[in-house]
Design a protein around this ligand. Structure first.
Ligand code: ZN
Length: 276
């Protein structure tokens, strides 16, 4: 949700179109520079949440952050920036901070995973006792990005200090682009079965319900409106009726927020089977 006019706008505009969960950026996602939140912004946000009764409030971190980068300027900036992201998320009382898992930059997945885990461990110990949890997002596998196979997740949970502060965010567009099919009942059962065995539904706390402009296994991250992309409506029908996902926040990151979020939300709600 947009935050022009203050962070609380994400809640009020979400509430206007019937969202009971929202996701926002707490600073510009394409800039390193960020400013600390003002006291009045924090209280306006909390007040708006109370009024709207928003169940889950989630932030997505800046696109520039790469916690798996080779040692150097980018890694240092990424760690500092992510620390600030986490501070703002905690100040706003957010439930999760979603982050992409970073890219190894040619050094290989094993090295990248270790670097990501070292960064997260350090950030956890720098900011003790935080309530907000970091939700690691599945990625499409573009470039040298980590997180395009489910197997990466248990390895991270094994290596990060205070791993109980971590959660997982599953993005339907990203897993599909990474090669996990969910278009039919059979394919969905197979993919989600693998997810359950490898990552575990107890760790899954956020879903990004985006269709994909690009085909299965394309390793390209291009979100499409629900039912209008390569994934199609059936996968979303299976997803919103999957008992294993019940109670989790479902987030739309589809294009044309102002005109289309309400439409995509209605589409998802219409897919929910009513109890007979
Ligand atoms: Zn996403």
């Amino acid at each position: 949700m947009p935050t022009a006019g203050g962070v609380q706008t994400a809640i009020t505009s979400g509430s206007e179109i019937g969202c009971n969960v929202i996701q926002l950026f707490t600073s510009s996602p394409r800039q390193w520079r960020s400013s600390a939140l003002k006291e009045e912004s924090i209280s306006a946000f909390k007040e708006a949440r109370l009024v709207a009764q928003t169940k889950f409030c989630i932030a997505h971190d800046s696109y520039l952050i790469n916690l798996a980068a080779p040692p150097g300027d980018i890694l240092d900036k990424s760690i500092n920036s992510f620390r600030e992201e986490l501070v703002r998320a905690e100040q706003l009382g957010l439930d999760y901070l979603v982050t992409h898992m970073g890219a190894h930059g040619g050094d290989g997945e094993d090295v990248g995973l270790v670097r990501l885990c070292e960064s997260l461990t350090r950030i956890h110990s720098d900011l003790p006792g935080y309530k907000v949890r970091v939700a690691l997002e599945t990625t499409a596998g573009q470039g040298t990005y980590l997180g395009s196979t489910f197997e990466h997740f248990p390895r991270i949970f094994d290596l990060v200090g205070e791993h109980e502060r971590l959660a997982v965010c599953l993005d339907t567009c990203h897993i599909f682009a990474a090669g996990y099919d969910i278009r039919t009942q059979e394919a969905y059962a197979d993919t989600m079965g693998k997810f359950g065995e490898t990552v575990g539904f107890d760790r899954l706390k956020v879903l990004h319900t985006n269709d994909s402009m690009k085909p299965l296994g394309s390793r390209a991250d291009r979100h499409a409106h629900v039912g209008e992309g390569e994934i199609g409506l059936e996968a979303f029908r299976l997803l919103v009726n999957d008992d294993r996902l019940y109670g989790n926040p479902f987030i739309l990151e589809t294009p044309d927020a102002e005109t289309m979020h309400a439409v995509n939300l209605r589409r998802l709600k219409d897919l929910v089977s009513s109890a007979e």
